[in-house]
Design a protein around this ligand. Sequence first.
Ligand SMILES: [Zn+2]
Ligand SMILES: [Zn+2]
Length: 116
Amino acid sequence: MDLTDAIDVGARPSGTGCADCEINGGWWVHLRRCAACGNIGCCNSSPGQHATAHFDRTGHRLMRSFEPGEDWYWDFETDQVFDGPELAPPGSRPRTQGSPGPRERLPDNWRELVHP
Ligand SMILES: [Zn+2]
Ligand SMILES: [Zn+2]
């Protein structure tokens, strides 16, 4: 695979939460980081599924988990786990932030709204 367009190890994370959810007041289950541009999006269990939306919008095919202690990549083109390099810090959201998050925007029935 030609990784020059898919990974920029110098790209900083866009923030500590899903960039799209922060704009529209949403919430997420787990966070994913685009390996090409640093955009933080939410996983497919989340209502917004913004990491996948970011791939659909940009073609940036590799994302990495932005959860503490996780370092796996996902390749949207092949739908397979991928082993990639270390990226610019921070490597994950703050541990204190918790999951799902953000706490103040979680609806009481959030469990019913998670995608299986
Ligand atoms: Zn989101
Ligand atoms: Zn991207």
